[in-house]
Design a protein around this ligand. Structure first.
Ligand code: 16G
Ligand code: MG
Length: 549
């Protein structure tokens, strides 16, 4: 069987590639201005179908989103059959297809791919796709549908939903009818699965005070509105920033990324959040989560991905011990270089901790190596993975005491509550609420698990970020030569100083992170390291393009 070349050409001609642009499938898929992504979407539809054929007709997910980016941006990423990120080798194939200058060269590139990867075109192709609330999403989904149609694949439109729900659906579809069945393959199935597990986990616990949820005016608002229906009075959620229709408000001065980068409360919550009360922020596609609270003096305190990891890992370790499984089930942590030094010190004194390069796929794969792998990026993206063997142990282990039995049940329910396909703000929020309810922790008590070192993140706009290359999980630079030695020399002068420089995987900037014992020192170190980077790339000192972010 061969490719339906005529139909592909006809439809490809309706989605021409803009001549001057080069696209790259990066850490989070293709991501750029929504107005230039039409051809990319069409081609991704075909690519997803080929991936499905290659995997014997397993369903592949396509998510149209630009997450926490400004509203005018959009993007697309593929989801592999178990709900995980697209296999790395295919990122390269995606980039090649997206950059073919004409319909003919695109078809040539397709033929080469089919031949090289020995794709059996007679296999079925199944795709499920969804989008976030961005105004450009509808048209981009139409382009994607043209791609799906061009190759004759079967497409299922999951509508407007969160990124983690799409990941859930992919896994649910591909495990349907097997012993690993992940859940019903519908949004309702997802809501039911999470809320049922949540209710079991908090049964008998005093109900928590209401939680403010900042939805970043994104698709998370929809998911929160739904879960509220399922939770009943087991958890009181108060959604804010739920406006998904007014142009320009998505992710604006709100959301997880705003909170993390500015280390501030979204201004819209200033008169809402009361001292002592907990609040949390989702990002635009609801796969990141930030918690915070105001202390008695009204001072803002952020509880980021590192704090969530510490809270959750400690709870799981406790349950594993209480279930009498500590000799059999190993819990481990995965972080990135951005993890606060305070959190790494706290966690490493209790559990194995691994540091990997930025990006969900790296964390996810490293976490799969543990029996229970807790991974979180400081920016609030993360989840917990239970290995299939661990799942089996939880299901078959015979507890010898009622206390062991209770702990075991909690662990089993956690495997249901946690979205193990990818970081999920909604599922993580419920997880945090479970732990807080069990420990009777306030925000302040949770915060006091360890003290964060003051830190600062800045970015330097550069012409070519590719001259910056790193090693040791992005903690050290190998290129440009000599720069790392200068950074080391600076860092030595600061108490508890640490700094690193890495090229962004999503935009043309270099990121600089620094931490130190005191706030002014952390800021100063960040700016001085950014200065070193700037000196390296040269340019007009008056225009030193260093920004907070
Ligand atoms: C993407 C990544 C996120 C990472 C961020 C870093 C996924 C799904 N998302 O948003 O994990 O923290 O990029 O961005 O992998 P940067 O490379 O621009 O700093
Ligand atoms: Mg996101």
């Amino acid at each position: 069987m061969s490719l339906p070349v005529e139909l592909i050409r006809k439809l490809a001609d309706q989605h021409p590639k803009p001549a001057s642009l080069r696209f790259q499938y990066g850490t989070a898929g293709f991501r750029t201005l929504g107005t230039v992504l039409d051809s990319v979407m069409f081609r991704v539809g075909i690519l997803a179908a080929l991936r499905s054929k290659r995997l014997d007709g397993k369903t592949i997910g396509v998510m149209v989103t630009a997450s926490h980016n400004p509203e005018a941006d959009n993007g697309v990423k593929l989801v592999d059959p178990r709900g995980e990120m697209l296999e790395a080798a295919w990122e390269g194939h995606a980039t090649i297809l997206a950059n073919a200058p004409s319909s003919d060269s695109f078809i040539d590139a397709l033929q080469i791919l089919v031949k090289n990867l020995k794709i059996d075109l007679s296999k079925p192709a199944r795709i499920i796709y969804a989008r976030d609330t961005r105004p450009s999403g509808g048209a981009l989904v139409s382009a994607l549908e043209d791609g799906i149609k061009a190759i004759g694949a079967e497409g299922r439109n999951a509508g407007v939903t969160t990124t983690p729900i799409l990941h859930y659906l992919v896994r649910a579809i591909n495990t349907k009818g097997t012993k690993d069945e992940y859940g019903e393959d519908s949004e309702e199935g997802y809501m039911k699965k999470l809320s049922t597990a949540f209710k079991k986990l908090v049964a008998g616990k005093p109900s928590s005070p209401p939680l403010i949820v900042d939805c970043a005016n994104g698709v998370g608002a929809q998911a929160i509105a739904e879960i509220i229906q399922y939770l009943g009075d087991t958890l009181q959620l108060i959604p804010h920033n739920t406006d998904t229709t007014t142009p320009g408000v998505l992710n604006h001065a709100s959301g997880a990324d705003f909170v993390k980068t500015t280390q501030k409360l979204p201004p819209s919550l200033a008169s809402v959040l009361k001292p002592g009360q907990r609040g949390c922020s989702f990002d635009g596609d609801a796969d990141r989560l930030m918690y915070y609270y105001l202390d008695d003096r009204g001072q803002f305190h952020m509880l980021d991905g590192d704090k969530i990891a510490a809270l959750v890992a400690a709870f799981i370790v406790e349950l594993v011990k209480a279930a009498g499984l500590e000799e059999i089930v190993r819990v481990g942590i995965v972080q990135t270089a951005y993890a606060n030094g305070g959190s790494t010190k706290y966690l490493a004194s209790r559990l194995p901790v691994r540091c990997v390069p930025t990006g969900v796929k790296h964390l996810h794969h490293a976490a799969e190596k543990y029996d229970v792998g807790v991974y979180f990026e400081a920016n609030g993206h993360g989840t917990v993975l239970f290995s299939p063997e661990t799942d089996e142990i939880f299901r078959t282990h015979q507890p010898s005491t009622p206390a062991q039995s209770t702990a075991l049940n909690h662990l089993l329910n956690l495997t249901q509550l946690i979205n193990q396909t990818v970081g999920d703000a909604l599922s993580d929020m419920l997880l945090v609420e479970v732990v807080l309810a069990h420990k009777s922790y306030s925000g302040a008590e949770w915060d006091s698990l360890y003290v964060d070192l003051p830190n600062r993140l800045v970015k330097v706009v550069v012409v070519d970020r590719n001259i910056f290359r790193t090693e040791d999980a992005e903690r050290r630079l190998v290129s440009p030569p000599g720069l790392q030695a200068k950074i080391d020399e600076l860092v030595r002068r600061y108490e508890a100083g640490r700094a690193f420089v890495r090229p962004s995987g999503t935009e043309d900037v270099v990121r600089v992170y620094a931490e130190a014992m005191l706030r002014p020192q952390a800021d100063e170190l960040a700016y001085r390291v950014a200065g070193l980077v700037y000196d390296e790339v040269g340019g007009d000192p008056a225009k030193r393009p260093v920004e907070f972010l």
